[in-house]
Design a protein around this ligand. Structure first.
Ligand code: 4AD
Ligand code: MG
Length: 429
């Protein structure tokens, strides 16, 4: 007999039929002469019933421990009181593995659940998030491939910083030292001379000492780089990417979003185009709502939370003062004290999910910027070399995928958006 999935039973396809199901014991209880086993598989949960007259089946169902793996057989029938409206009247149950007492039973602290994430991963909450996350990753690849981008791969071991030295992870590398990559950007820039439009989805690493709700030390980064693009061209692709991701999740993961209590109307509002706002205007707006910040300050997590609570949709913030951004951003020809960059801030307090912009593509300007930032040109020889042979205007961006998942799923901490989060205090499990 072929096994069926819980979701197929709940769809009503097997009413009156005998089915085989495989899964894990989610809940178990006994009332009067009946034992209930709620079975969980990757697709959902389903009530199974064993009556006392069934003898051995009843005895097993009565005693099987939570999270044991089982195979059950029985007949599907409608039952309004069962979750999902169907149940299975058991005629057979086989315990594949009797679980030990499951360590997550009653209420447990967030810290305990993180310590046991390998087990908490089975919870309905984490299952819903992991399904949404899978859809988000799929939608990213789909968007890029449908829009003429080539997927490429960059190294994880690198020799120098992209996003500033303070968040570099140093690792021994034979008799030298290497760093873990902060961003694939410089390598993606090398690819545009042949492939023109490229993207990669890979981990990036940052030795973030700040403990915020939105920082991981290892996060998933979807980055793109495009020849002949300016800042505005890049933002146009990004808003379509974000719209595509959100639509896909709404189409495929509605029940998971609902399970997590997400307000779907907030997501339905995510339609391109998004507003473009200059940094200068953002600072004014922030001051109007009482945030203590002045022109030239970088926006921290708290400031962004306060400001983006006011937003209905994601907003692009452009033209940051150059000293708030890394050296590679192209200065605005109309006002060289600001750069042609953008951050995409997610609404509802979530804040920055994308950083990107136009790159300096002229050799002399790049050399001058590297020096004025006090950096050593020898560390950037590849990057400099790329401006020597047929350099072209180009732009790119990086999307923090875990942050996007956090926002779309409506989570209150980034460590709920990734299965095994890495933070300053957490390297296990
Ligand atoms: O703004 P960032 O630092 O930009 C770059 O790395 C560029 N080189 C990307 C590019 O243009 N190719 O990082 C990009 C995004 C941020 O907007 C944020 O969403 C995410 O990466 N991010 C993090 N996510 C989780 N934890 C961290 N510690 C993160 N640091 C950045
Ligand atoms: Mg940034």
């Amino acid at each position: 007999m072929r096994s069926v999935k819980v979701e197929d039973v709940l769809r009503g396809g097997y009413e009156g039929e005998r089915v085989l199901l495989r899964g894990w014991v989610y809940r178990r209880r006994k009332t009067g002469g009946v034992a209930f086993v709620v079975l969980r598989d990757s697709s959902g949960i389903l009530q199974c019933v064993a009556e006392r007259e069934r003898g051995e089946v009843y005895d097993i169902a009565k005693k099987v421990r939570i999270e044991s793996s089982v195979e059950v057989c029985g007949t599907v029938r409608r039952e309004d009181k069962a979750p999902g409206g169907y149940e299975v009247l058991l005629d057979d149950i086989r315990v594949v593995h009797m679980a030990e007492a499951f360590p997550i039973n009653r209420y447990k602290s967030e810290e305990y659940l993180l310590d046991n994430r390998h087990l908490w991963l089975r919870s309905r909450e984490m299952t819903a998030v992991m399904k949404i996350r899978s859809t988000v990753f799929g939608a990213i690849h789909e968007f890029f491939r449908e829009n003429g981008y080539y997927e490429v791969q960059a190294p994880m071991f690198v020799g120098s910083a992209v996003e500033g030295g303070s968040t570099l992870f140093e690792v021994p590398y034979f008799d030298k030292k290497a760093y873990l990559t902060q961003s694939a950007q410089f390598y993606l820039e090398a690819f545009i001379y042949s492939l023109e439009k490229v993207y990669t989805v890979a981990p990036s690493f940052r030795a973030e000492k700040s403990r915020t709700r939105r920082h991981l030390t290892e996060f998933w980064h979807a980055e793109a780089e495009v020849a002949w693009y300016g800042n505005e061209d890049m933002m146009k692709d990004e808003e379509l990417l974000m719209e595509h991701i959100v639509r896909r999740v709404l189409a495929e993961r509605k029940s998971e979003l609902e399970y997590l209590g997400r307000d779907l109307d907030r997501l339905r509002a995510v339609e391109a185009p998004f507003e473009r706002m200059r940094y200068e205007r953002l600072i004014e707006m922030a001051r109007d709502i009482g945030v203590e910040i002045s022109y030239g300050d970088d926006l921290g997590a708290d400031e962004e939370r306060a400001i983006t609570k006011e937003f209905e949709k994601p907003v692009f913030v452009t033209h940051y003062p150059s000293e708030t951004k890394p050296f590679y951003h192209r200065p605005d020809p109309e006002n060289p004290s600001v750069v042609l960059c953008h951050d995409l801030l997610a609404p509802e307090g979530y804040g920055e999910i994308i950083g990107g912009g136009e790159r300096i593509w002229k050799l002399d300007v790049l050399l001058q910027r590297i020096r004025s930032y006090g950096l050593n040109p020898d560390d950037y020889s590849m990057y400099i070399d790329l401006r020597r042979y047929g350099s072209v205007p180009h732009a790119g961006f990086g999307l923090g995928v875990d942050r996007a998942v956090m926002w779309i799923a409506g989570l209150d901490h980034i460590n709920k958006a990734i299965a095994f989060p890495r933070t300053i205090r957490r390297l296990r499990p």
